[in-house]
Design a protein around this ligand. Structure first.
Ligand code: 5GP
Length: 192
């Protein structure tokens, strides 16, 4: 539950693809009223994904124009595609005192931490590597074998880097528990 006196804050949620970040974020938002920043990306839209809801799907040219316009709070290239957090949405939410979640990779998270040292940094871990590989395969984004393999390798590297600068690690073994853990971390850091 959300304490009414809560001060808005920035919470960064990272973790390997397929670990369940989106599901966790969706639940945290539903239960707390926090908002999720919608990122922009140049990667192709997956089945069931909506423009403006899951991501803003942009061409490379459009994305690079926004980089030049300094429209991103942070951006990074992940698996050969750009991903970035639109600056305005975040600034406006923070100005209104809202809690905003950024579901971004480790490179982006590092940039955010530099700009907002107060940001709460949470890294989601899978219960095991085998479990993660299975989940990634089931997601059915039509990715080829090679891309999936790269994502899995990337997951290992990302986790090793994360150990160094994330304040919190949450294991997504049981979804309900993971959601509660994330909510508890965010609320314990907010203005109390
Ligand atoms: P996916 O393609 O699986 O949706 O996301 C791939 C990776 O990009 C994930 O690690 C995800 O957290 C990251 N990502 C998504 N949006 C952003 C963003 O705005 N900035 C950064 N730096 N990474 C992002």
């Amino acid at each position: 539950m959300n304490a009414p006196s809560q001060k808005g804050q920035l919470a960064v949620i990272s973790g390997p693809s397929g670990v369940g970040k989106s599901t966790i974020c969706r639940e945290v938002i539903r239960r707390t009223g926090a908002r999720l920043s919608v990122s922009a990306t140049t990667r192709p839209r997956g089945a069931g994904e909506e423009d403006g809801k899951d991501y803003w799907f942009l061409t490379r040219d459009a994305f690079e124009q926004r980089i030049r316009d300094e429209a991103f709070l942070e951006y990074a290239e992940v698996f050969g595609h750009y991903y970035g957090t639109p600056r305005r949405e975040v600034d406006e939410a923070l100005a209104r005192g809202e809690t905003i979640l950024l579901e971004i990779d480790v490179q982006g998270a590092r940039q955010v931490k530099r700009m907002y040292p107060e940001a709460v940094m949470i890294f989601i871990l899978p219960p095991s590597g085998t479990e993660l590989a299975g989940r990634m395969e089931k997601r059915g984004r039509g990715e080829d074998e090679d891309t999936r393999r790269r994502r899995l390798a990337e997951a290992g590297q990302e986790t090793a880097q994360a150990m160094r600068f994330y304040d919190h690690m949450v294991i997504n073994d049981n979804l309900e528990q993971a959601v509660q853990d994330v909510i508890q971390i965010i609320q314990s850091k907010s203005g109390a």
